[in-house]
Design a binder for this molecule. Sequence first.
Ligand code: SF4
Length: 303
Amino acid sequence: MKITTKHPCTRCNNPAVVFQPYSGMHLCEQHLIDDVTRKAKRDLRKYNLSPGTIAVALSGGKDSSALLHLLHTILAPNRKIKIVAITVDEGISGYREKTIENASSLTNNLGVEHTIVSFEESFGRTLDNILETTAHPPCSICGALRKNLLNRTAKELGAGYLAIGHNLDDEAQTILINHLRGDISRLVRLSHARVQPGLVPRIKPLRHVPESEVAAYAGAVGLAVCPKACPYMNEAYRLGVRVFLREFENAHPGTRHGIVRGFDQMIGALGDTYPPASLVPCRVCGEPCTDGLCQACKLLGRA
Ligand code: SF4
């Protein structure tokens, strides 16, 4: 179903599908696609990509599907860059099956090599199983294991970069959460400029595109999107920040952009004040970590 606003596009008078309160623009489907593409291209230029492989973390949700579609559109003509997709099957019954189906269908349509890895094969248990025997919050476990598996798989595929579908809302929330927790070293680690040995550098070409516009882009280019949310999505702290930011953005358009812009300026000003932590291989899985046992192995109780 197409969603339109009551206004014509500011650029061409066709029916608008989004309004950008922060810019005052109403955009039709084509001008939204152009706007999202322009913002992603601008961020890609900042990453100054080297030739080689970019692995896209593809859950099959709207953000990662839009990211793969966009990167494929922008970079397919570049013969020096190869795009592959990695999907992590955490083992979330009744939810992940559909998004994996969408991910497989998208990679087939685009002709992109697709690797599916699972918690069950890699860690011996599905997320559903793990959660039966732990008191840790689902998203902490899921996030740590997925990060581990994505990095490991991206290295196995020879990828020079791992592209993540974080949108402007995700980015602003994460920056704000680290500020609120006073966790400056973790905050600084969000910067793409900090390259760490053993960690495939992450790129986030959608970090200046609001979540609602990523969803509208996915609709405009005809991507299949699963309407269900993950049944474990209940991380109270992030949810609180999300609600607060949404209300603040509604009252003061441009807040999310301001948070991300301020973060980028702060990273530039910090220079080497917070050098990257020295990393060593995890004694169990070999993935880089600070103290010999990575977070994924700690949470799984591997010694
Ligand atoms: Fe994993 Fe939490 Fe995301 Fe669900 S909402 S996929 S548990 S990180």
